[in-house]
Design a protein around this ligand. Structure first.
Ligand code: UD1
Ligand code: UDP
Length: 353
């Protein structure tokens, strides 16, 4: 079976890794198109190296641009490649502009498409990702769904027939790294287990508005912990361009590789974030997460008590951390670490009915 995987942004390289391993183990032929949406070494190549992903067969080098221009340029490049190589399946991951461009290009030339991480909804159409998710789910032929909530959302949109609950690729890869987490990795960052918070911010709603970014920094600095802050380039640029002063308790560092970041998550006192993937990983590491957003797609992490929404501009992060009580239970929300095999098997089964 010939599969073309379309990726472009950091979390997609991470999700690609276990999928690629499972597909290659089953002797399928995988072609990787990298759109070039993320291009800094630490946002892109570092993941191909550390996670031992083969180099992309094609890099479109699209880079940063407005929503429409970036997506349109991707569409053009992807279509040319799909017409030439005619795979049995196109596989897209998550909810970025690379996901949308991949599913739209494939649908228009009738190449079957599978969407990994389908069914998530924030019900907030101001997020570009929400538009990408909805369109991709409706265009795709097969939907791999990580959570029960995702299945419910897809059923409501009339998409249950093409949806299958497989678990989550990020749980697959995290399981393979559990034994590689070593406490001495923390020495490099000058912190000790359980004494610091790990912060990530990259959503436009958090960092593009000056007042909101200042609010975030102020809230975080009011906690009495050291804050490690590996800043996404969007955020780093916003801090620099606005001359925002970062208090001493916040250690601003470059984006990290997968192993270092997982180690910092696993050993943190708490995780503060607006990332989707990081909320899920915090749950998998059983570390309390405080999500600086108006809502989340990963509602089961909230229901379980391991994740707390801190409403931007209104909430009180320090109080939320103080009030948090460790839940007694921690269930297996995202599968048994074997989602990738289930996905590859299902693609093969559908191609060979
Ligand atoms: C994108 C995705 C988001 C995902 C995130 C993962 C969309 C609409 N958004 O957001 O869903 O959560 O990736 O990290 O697809 N930049 C660099 N170097 C890079 C990449 C980006 O400097 O390698 C800077 C550029 O100034 C760019 C900005 O970051 O304009 C934003 O990058 P972009 O890919 O447009 O969106 P993200 O915020 O990364
Ligand atoms: N991540 C990483 N290094 C970092 C920050 C994040 O390896 O410095 C990983 C993190 O563990 C998770 C993924 O990147 O697997 C999340 O990506 P991001 O927050 O950029 O995007 P989102 O998940 O919100 O789409």
């Amino acid at each position: 079976m010939q599969i073309t995987c379309i990726v472009g942004a950091r979390p997609q390289f991470i999700k690609l890794s276990p999928f690629l391993k499972a597909a290659e183990a089953a002797n399928h032929d995988v072609r990787i198109i990298h759109t070039g949406q993320h291009y800094d070494d630490e946002m892109s190549d570092a993941f191909f190296r550390d996670l031992e992903i083969k180099s992309p067969d094609l890099n479109l080098n699209i880079g940063s641009n407005s929503q429409a221009v970036q997506t349109a340029q991707m569409l053009e490049g992807i279509e040319i490649d799909l017409l030439k190589n005619k795979p049995d399946w196109v596989v897209v991951f998550g909810d970025t502009n690379s996901t949308l461009a991949g599913s739209l290009a494939a649908a228009k030339i009738n190449i079957p498409t599978a969407h990994i991480e389908a069914g998530l909804r924030s019900f907030n159409r101001e997020m570009p990702e929400e538009i990408n998710r909805i369109v991709t789910d409706h265009l795709s032929d097969l939907l791999f769904v990580p959570s029960d909530e995702g299945m419910i959302n897809l059923e409501k949109e009339g998409l249950a027939d093409k949806s299958i609950r497989t678990g989550d690729l990020m749980a697959d890869i995290l399981e393979t790294f559990r034994t590689k987490i070593k406490e001495n990795i923390l020495d490099k960052f000058g912190v000790k287990k359980g004494t610091y918070c790990l912060l990530t911010l990259h959503r436009p709603a958090s960092v593009d508005d000056y007042d909101m970014l200042c609010w975030m920094i102020d809230q975080v600095s009011q906690t009495d912990k050291t804050i490690l802050f590996p800043a996404h380039p969007r955020t780093r640029n916003a801090i620099k361009n606005n001359n925002i002063k970062i208090p001493n308790s916040i250690k601003l560092i470059p984006p990290l590789g997968y192993l270092e970041f997982q180690t910092l998550q696993a050993k943190a006192f708490a995780i503060l974030t607006d990332s989707g993937g990081v909320q899920k990983e915090a749950y998998l590491w059983k570390v309390p997460c405080f999500t600086l957003r108006t809502e989340t797609e990963w509602t089961e992490t909230i229901d379980s008590g391991w994740n707390t929404i801190v409403f931007p501009g209104k909430g009180n992060l320090k109080k939320a951390i103080e009030d948090w009580e460790k839940p007694n239970a921690h269930s297996n929300l995202y599968g048994d670490g074997k989602a990738s095999e289930a996905m590859v098997n299902e693609l093969y089964r559908k191609s060979n009915p």
